[in-house]
Design a binder for this molecule. Structure first.
Ligand code: ADP
Length: 692
């Protein structure tokens, strides 16, 4: 950067033109052609290439005078080496005068029979971002000055590229096109490429020195307060002076420059300018030189040079000042953009970190692009360890038998459906396996295109433990309850049978009531035991050819007293259908449950049971003329412990387990259960079983 100041008018003019081209380009694609033509024009050659460093490759962005084919050549890998890579690695120009002997990677260049070549690295700070090469057919002597001009314009081009690159980043961020982590990576790479504060300091120091000023400071426009405020770094200002140096956007010469967008100098200070300076504790200033910091047509602020002596500046001085300021503006703009990005990123990161669940994001290629803090905690992996890897190389998923499995990512990525899984385990970094619940949801861009997926997962070890303890408690206590209930039943039966010497009518009724209560208790215990068995997979189903109609007839008999008591007629006409393949005990429980429900929830009318031959299956329908069930309640009816609570049912006792158990039993016997019901009219509960 030093060279361009010490050089002559052409350098200034060339750099100015290049910065103008950069300012006009809306994106990188629009930049290459005009930028490169200008470089060739300045260097007075008609062949060359511009390549940008992308990972381990040098990618050709534009070429001239080498035929069309060159653009089809593959990028030059680092491992291939050659002249261009030499310039990248040494950060020095490469000048060659006999190309026939040189290590040339490009076929087109080899075929072009050029005599000499100069390749210079494009540098931002001390980082190489690409190379520009020029070629001449005839021998031509480039002077030292030519070479340093070439280097300076290559660096100016690099600055323009970086500036457009960072704008592109912001655009990406704003549209939320990519995942946060991807952004994280890009912006980090720009950050490490480019230390804005230091670069700004270098430029500011250079400008201050060039114009022999005593103080150099940049003020940036604060949109909210409409103020121009000094921003670090500054040359020869103390920290407190920097924080005190702020003024209204239209105040003094600085305000005028900011509003009009034109540079200006004064060597007689007006009252307002004096006041601004004294507020900032800046004393003894005689001359002030101010230029706007403009990127495209946007004013970011101004750059101020304060001189303690009276000084005059020429038109050329002002022109040079403008060019240098535009360089500073590019850096300032990039740093503002980067700050915006990093603030956005911090917000998103804070949000992600505050989520208790693990969050893992992948892109369309199923590569991991993000793992939040909880995800790191749960899995033991650090985000940077697995980001960039294919998901199944990064994190291992297993089934409950600890066998490695994959997730249905293709389905999510192609159909856009969200999937939930809870019978899954994840392997921690150190090998142990934990049970997890996870959901996989697609991530969409602004146009609703699927660009990846987010996997939210949690460790459910504790939940499972608690659930297990709960079940154990239930199963132990219900077992314990069984014995006394059976005992009570025995004693009550003895009393009723007169084994204890007989009872009077009144006592008999009370004891009968007690028998019913005891039976309800026994049913509850039985239901709870069944729930435990079903959930722990301990239920034994023994299907065998079973006469369903016979079972129904038996159960009707058992429940007839109950129906009679309510004045309900129970109708059933056996059709002598074929047998079903089912566990008779479980089937009995199902029919018992449906029929006793029909009796319980029907205040008057009748109950009809019908069987139906359906080919491979037999259907059984239990219809009543009872309360019926609303469509909303119907949806929840088969949930564990669910009971309809309304004015009709509150008096009726039950556990809310009968239908849940029936459904589970049927599932295990390859059958189904369903219902049709109308509130106030009645319900028909039906189930199917396979034929024997
Ligand atoms: P329980 O009858 O012990 O409450 P179930 O699981 O057998 O438990 O039934 C769940 C709920 O479904 C009942 O509480 C009741 O509200 C409703 N229900 C079941 N069968 C009928 C029916 N035939 N008519 C109306 N409501 C019913």
């Amino acid at each position: 950067m030093e060279g361009l100041i010490e050089n002559n008018q052409t350098v200034v003019q060339s750099l100015y033109t290049i910065s103008q081209i950069a300012a006009k380009a809306k994106n990188l694609d629009e930049l290459w052609q005009p930028l490169f033509s200008e470089v060739l024009k300045i260097m007075q050659v008609d062949a060359g290439t511009l390549m940008i460093l992308e990972g381990d490759s040098l990618v050709r962005k534009t070429a001239h005078g080498l035929g069309e084919e060159i653009m089809k050549e593959p990028p030059i890998e680092a491992s291939r080496g050659g002249v261009s890579w030499k310039a990248v690695k040494t950060k020095q120009e490469v000048v060659l005068n006999d190309l026939s002997q040189a290590d040339i990677a490009s076929e087109a260049l080899k075929a072009g029979h050029f005599h000499s070549l100069i390749t210079v690295p494009m540098m931002v700070r001390s980082q190489v971002i690409g190379v520009i090469s020029i070629f001449t057919q005839k021998e031509r002597n480039f002077s030292e000055a030519d070479l340093s001009l070439f280097k300076a314009i290559a660096n100016q081009a690099a600055l323009a590229i970086i500036s457009l690159e960072s704008e592109k980043l912001l655009a990406i961020n704003k549209e939320r096109m990519e995942e946060l982590a991807a952004l994280n990576q890009i912006s980090q790479s720009v950050e490490s490429l480019f230390d804005f504060e230091e670069t700004l300091y270098t430029i500011l120091a250079l400008i201050t020195r060039q114009f022999k000023a005593d103080i150099g400071v940049i003020t940036l426009f604060d949109h909210r307060n409409k103020l121009l405020k000094a921003a670090p770094p500054a040359i020869n200002l103390k920290q407190n002076q920097i924080s005190d140096f702020r003024h209204r956007y239209d105040e003094g010469i600085m305000g005028e420059v900011f509003c009009k967008g034109m540079p200006k100098f004064i060597n007689v200070l007006d009252k307002e300018t004096k006041e601004v300076l004294s507020r900032g504790g800046i004393q003894g200033v005689k001359s002030v030189l101010v230029a706007p910091l403009k990127v495209k047509s946007q004013s970011l602020g101004v750059i101020n040079l304060f001189i303690l002596q009276e000084r005059n500046f020429s038109k050329d001085d002002l022109k040079l000042f403008t060019i240098l300021s535009s360089q500073a503006a590019v850096v300032v703009n990039s740093s503002i953009i980067l700050r915006e990005i990093s603030e956005e990123r911090k917000k998103d990161e804070a949000l992600l970190a505050s989520i208790g669940e693990g969050v893992l994001a992948i892109d369309r290629d199923e590569k991991i692009i993000l793992l939040n803090a909880s995800g790191e905690n749960i899995t033991g992996y650090l985000a940077e360890e697995i980001i960039g890897k294919h998901i199944f190389d990064g994190v291992k998923f297993c089934d409950s038998a600890k066998k490695e499995i994959s997730l249905p990512l293709v389905e999510v990525l192609s159909s856009g459906k969200t999937m939930m899984m809870d019978n899954i385990c994840i392997k921690r970094r150190h090998g142990d396996i934990f049970p997890a619940r996870l959901s996989i949801a697609p991530t969409l861009d602004a146009e609703n295109k699927i660009i990846g997926a987010i996997i939210v997962f949690s460790d459910i070890t504790k939940e499972i433990e608690i659930e297990k303890m709960k079940q154990e408690l239930i199963s132990i206590s219900t077992h314990e309850l069984r014995a006394p209930i059976t005992g009570i039943k025995g004693y009550l039966d003895m009393i009723l049978d007169g084994d204890t010497g007989g009872v009077n009518q009144e006592t008999k009724e009370t004891v009968e009531e007690l028998v019913l209560i005891n039976q309800r208790l026994a049913d509850l215990v039985e239901d709870l035991l069944n729930v435990g068995r079903i959930e722990q997979g301990r239920i034994a189903i023994r299907p065998e050819p079973t006469d369903l109609e016979k079972l129904i007839t038996e159960i009707i008999k058992e429940l007839s007293a109950q129906a009679k008591k309510k004045g309900l007629e129970v109708k059933f006409l056996p059709k002598k259908l074929s047998q079903v393949q089912a566990d008779p005990d479980k089937t009995k429980q199902i029919i018992m449950n449906l029929l006793s429900n029909a009796i319980k929830y029907t205040p008057k009318g009748k109950i009809e049971i019908a069987t139906e031959d359906k080919g491979d299956e037999i259907y059984c329908h239990v219809s009543d003329t009872g309360f019926g069930i609303s469509p909303q309640e119907q949806k929840k009816l088969f949930q564990k412990f669910y009971r309809v609570k309304n004015k009709n049912t509150w008096m009726i006792t039950g556990t809310g387990l009968g239908l849940w158990i029936s459904q589970k039993f049927l599932e295990m016997m390859k059958g189904k259960i369903w219902l049709i019901s109308k509130e106030g009219k009645g319900s028909t509960f039906s189930f199917s079983l396979p034929k024997a």
